[in-house]
Design a protein around this ligand. Structure first.
Ligand SMILES: [Ca+2]
Ligand SMILES: [Ca+2]
Length: 184
């Protein structure tokens, strides 16, 4: 009986080992971007410059339209993105509430958002607008001092995370939305 018990125990040990090996082999995962094996190997695919590049200066600013969000990246390291929009109407009468917001897939992508007038004078800037993430927002409502007159404006976005020149300065993917609503 002892021998039968020993053989049964050995059988169970090999059964468990066999199932473990099968499980280990099944851990291999592959797709177009990543290949994961045992031991762990990750192939990193760097981001690409976004469709609006080059937009690294005032003169190269890409136009953004109210209500039509754009997808950009901060890449390569040190990249800045300039955008521009125009508010139409009578400069002495018509004013607008303007909201600019950045967003993206991960809370730790850290944008800085700046708004300038046509003479490149800073109007407003924001780094982090919510304690839960590092995205940015500028909201100029229809109060007497904050709403914007008709005219041309510039937006500048860059990475606010880390020291320029380090890999963590890259933001592979962020969205920016702009909405302008006439004040009553
Ligand atoms: Ca970019
Ligand atoms: Ca750029």
């Amino acid at each position: 009986m002892k021998r039968a018990g020993l053989l049964t125990a050995i059988f169970f040990i090999f059964t468990i080992l066999g199932s473990s090996l099968t499980y280990a082999q099944n851990l291999q995962v592959e797709n177009d971007t990543y290949s994961v094996y045992l031991p762990l190997v990750i192939q990193y695919q760097p981001p690409e410059p976004d469709d609006y590049e080059p937009d690294n200066d005032w003169d190269d600013a890409s136009e953004i339209l109210s209500g039509i969000p754009q997808n950009h990246s901060i890449y390569p390291i040190g990249d800045v993105d300039f955008m521009t929009f125009t508010l139409t109407g009578n400069p002495l009468q018509d004013t607008y509430e303007v909201v600019l917001v950045t967003s993206g897939p991960y809370w730790y992508y850290d944008t800085v958002l700046q708004l300038f007038d046509a003479d490149k004078i800073p109007i407003e800037s924001n780094d982090d607008y919510d304690p839960d993430h590092l995205y940015s927002k500028i909201d100029l409502d229809c109060g007497v001092t904050e709403s914007l007159e008709s005219g041309t404006y510039f937006i500048k976005v860059y990475s606010g995370f880390g020291v320029p020149g380090y890999l963590r300065d890259i933001i592979p993917d962020y969205n920016i939305s702009f909405t302008a609503s006439p004040c009553p």
